[in-house]
Design a protein around this ligand. Structure first.
Ligand code: NAD
Length: 486
C-alpha cells in the first residue's frame, strides 16, 4: 500500500484504487474511480476507487463476521491494539500531514501542529477511556451491562479528514464494535494511509473496513443496510437528514454531527485586545472550514469601531498561500464546490448591505489558480441576513452589534444550529451565566485549551449524539439490564 522513504510514506497509485476489506486490499466490484484534486493547483493528484453497493455488502459481511470475536476480546487486549494505532499515527505523522495538505490544501504547518496531533488524541483518549471503563454495574440485584452495539457505518467529511475518522473509528473499535468507514470522496488520501496503519497495528481482519466512494452510492447503501446497527455521520445537514431517512426502516441508531453557525459573544467587560484577534483566528482556523468555527462575533455596539479595527488588522495580517510553505497560515479552500459557495456568500453579504472591512470576492492576489480565498470580515451585520444565518464554511466572519447582554444572548441563539459557542468576559460568573443561556453543545469561555475529553455535538439542527471522550465512547454501546442477577 505504501512505500517508506525516511520518515514519510507516499501513496502507491495502484493501491489507492483499492478498498480495504477483511484485513486486505482488494479491487472494487467495478473499475470506476474518482479523481482527487489538489486545491492548491486544481490538478488531479490521485484516483481512488468508486465503491458500489456490492462493495458495501462485502465490507459489511466482513465486519459482521468479525463482530463476535472482536466484541468478546478483553478490554485490555483491545486497548493494546488501539495503543499501537496511536503510536503508528505519531510515527507516520509527516506522511499523514503531507496527505492532508495534498487532499484538502491544509497548510503544512497546520496539518503538522493540529490536524494530525488532534487526530492522534482521539485514539489515545479512546484507549484510556476503554482501559478504565466499567462495563457492568450491579444495583439492587439488577446488572446494568454495556455491550458494543454491533457493526457501525462511519461516514466522514473532507474538512478535518483524519480527525473525523479517528473521532469515530477509535471509540467504536474500543467499545468492541466492528466498522465500515466511508471517508469523503473529496479528501480520501489520509484515510488510505490510516487503513494501512490500522492493518500494520495488527487489528484483526474485518474489524475495520474502508470503502471509498460517493455519498449517494456508498454512503446511502450503508445507511440503508440491514446488517449495519448504527450509522455515525459528520457532514452537511442535507446528508445527515438523508442518512436518517435511509436508516429509518431498519431502525438503526443514527448519530449526526452536522453544521454550525457558532456565536462568539464579547461581553462588555472583555479585554478586547485579547478577545478580538483570537476570535478572528478561531473563525478562520482551517480556512473557516470547521463546523464549530465562531463565525458570528457578537459585540457591544458602543465598542464597534474598536472591534472593527482589531478584526481588520488581524485578518489583513494572515498569510494565505501555498500550503507547502512553512509561513502559510491558510491554504486554499478544500475543493471547488466549496470555493464557489464561499464566493457566492461573500457576494450575498455585499448585496445585503453588510459593511466589508477586509477581504471580499475573488482569489487572493497573485493566484490565477487554486481555491485561495481572501479572509473576509463583514461588520454591521444584522442577525436576519443570510450571511448571519447560513453556514458559509470558509474564511468569512460576521460582526454583529448588540446593545444589551440579553440581546447578545438572543442573537447568539438566533440560529437553527447549536454546535459550538464562545463567550469572552473577565467576570467569570457573568460569562458562565451567559454560557448557560446559549443553546449549544459546547461553550468555550475565554479561549481555553482544547479538551479532547469534552463531549462535542449539537443542539437543534447541528445533530444528535456526542463525540469525543467518555460520551463519544458510550454512543457505541447498548445498555442491557439483567434483572434477577443476584
Ligand atoms: P457532505 O454532507 O457533502 O458529506 C459528508 C459525508 O457524507 C461525505 O462522506 C459524503 O460522501 C457523505 N454523503 C453525502 N451524501 C450522502 C448520502 N445521501 N448518504 C450517505 N452519505 C452521504 O458534507 P461535506 O461537504 O463533506 O462536509 C462539510 C459539512 O460537514 C459542513 O456542513 C460542516 O458543518 C459539516 N461538519 C460538521 C461537523 C460536526 O462535527 N458537526 C464536523 C465537520 C463538518
Amino acid at each position: 500500500m505504501t512505500t517508506r522513504s525516511s520518515n514519510s510514506y507516499t501513496l502507491d497509485p495502484h493501491t489507492t484504487r483499492q478498498l480495504y476489506i477483511n484485513g486486505d486490499w482488494s479491487s472494487p466490484a467495478h473499475a470506476a474511480t474518482l479523481p482527487v484534486i489538489n486545491p492548491a493547483t486544481e490538478e488531479v493528484v490521485a484516483q481512488v476507487a468508486q465503491g458500489s453497493c456490492e462493495d458495501v455488502d462485502r465490507a459489511v459481511a466482513a465486519a459482521r463476521a468479525a463482530f463476535p470475536g472482536w466484541s468478546s476480546t478483553s478490554p485490555a487486549s483491545r486497548a493494546l491494539v488501539i495503543g499501537r494505532i496511536h503510536e503508528l499515527i505519531l510515527e507516520r505523522k509527516e506522511a499523514l500531514a503531507q496527505a492532508l495538505s495534498l487532499e484538502m490544501g491544509a497548510a503544512i504547518g497546520f496539518a503538522r501542529a493540529m490536524q494530525v496531533p488532534l487526530a492522534a488524541e482521539h485514539v489515545r483518549v479512546a484507549r484510556d477511556v476503554l482501559s478504565s471503563y466499567c462495563f457492568q454495574k450491579v444495583e439492587g440485584g439488577t446488572a446494568i451491562t454495556r455491550e458494543p452495539i454491533g457493526v457501525c457505518g462511519l461516514i466522514t467529511p473532507w474538512n478535518w479528514p483524519l480527525y473525523q475518522i479517528t473521532a469515530k473509528v477509535a471509540p467504536a473499535i474500543a467499545a468492541g464494535c466492528t466498522v465500515v468507514l466511508k471517508p469523503s470522496e473529496l479528501s480520501p488520501l489520509s484515510a488510505l494511509l490510516f487503513a494501512q496503519l490500522v492493518h500494520d497495528a495488527g487489528l484483526p481482519p474485518g474489524v475495520f473496513n474502508l470503502v471509498n466512494g460517493s455519498g449517494a452510492e456508498v454512503g446511502a447503501a450503508m445507511a440503508a443496510h440491514p446488517d449495519i446497527d448504527m450509522i455515525s455521520i459528520t457532514g452537511s445537514n442535507r446528508a445527515g437528514a438523508l442518512v436518517a431517512q435511509a436508516a429509518a426502516p431498519t431502525v438503526k441508531r443514527v448519530t449526526q454531527e452536522l453544521g454550525g453557525k457558532s456565536p462568539n459573544v464579547l461581553l462588555p467587560d472583555a479585554d478586547f485586545d485579547k478577545a478580538v484577534p483570537p476570535g478572528v483566528m478561531s473563525a478562520f482556523r482551517n480556512v473557516g472550514q470547521s463546523c464549530s468555527a465562531p463565525t458570528r462575533m457578537i459585540v457591544p455596539r458602543n465598542r464597534l469601531a474598536e472591534v472593527e479595527a482589531l478584526a481588520a488588522a488581524t485578518a489583513n495580517a494572515i498569510i494565505v498561500g501555498d500550503p507547502q510553505s512553512e509561513e502559510t497560515i491558510l491554504g486554499p479552500i478544500a475543493n471547488q464546490a466549496q470555493f464557489k459557495r464561499v464566493q457566492a456568500m461573500i457576494e450575498v453579504g455585499l448585496n445585503e448591505g453588510a459593511k466589508l472591512l477586509c477581504g471580499g470576492p475573488g482569489r487572493v492576489q497573485g493566484f490565477a489558480k487554486g481555491f485561495y480565498t481572501r479572509p473576509t470580515v463583514f461588520s454591521e451585520v444584522d442577525s436576519a441576513m443570510r450571511i448571519a444565518q447560513e453556514e458559509i464554511f470558509g474564511p468569512v466572519l460576521c460582526i454583529i452589534p448588540y446593545d444589551t447582554v440579553d440581546e447578545a444572548v438572543a442573537i447568539a441563539n438566533d440560529t437553527v444550529y447549536g454546535l459550538g459557542a464562545h463567550v469572552q468576559g473577565q467576570d467569570l460568573e457573568q460569562a458562565r451565566s451567559v454560557a448557560s443561556r446559549i443553546r449549544a453543545g459546547q461553550v468555550l469561555l475565554n479561549y481555553p485549551a482544547w479538551n479532547p475529553m469534552a463531549p462535542f455535538g449539537g443542539y437543534k439542527r447541528s445533530g444528535n449524539g456526542r463525540e469525543y471522550g467518555l460520551h463519544g465512547f458510550e454512543e457505541y454501546l447498548e445498555i442491557k439490564a439483567i434483572v434477577g442477577f443476584g
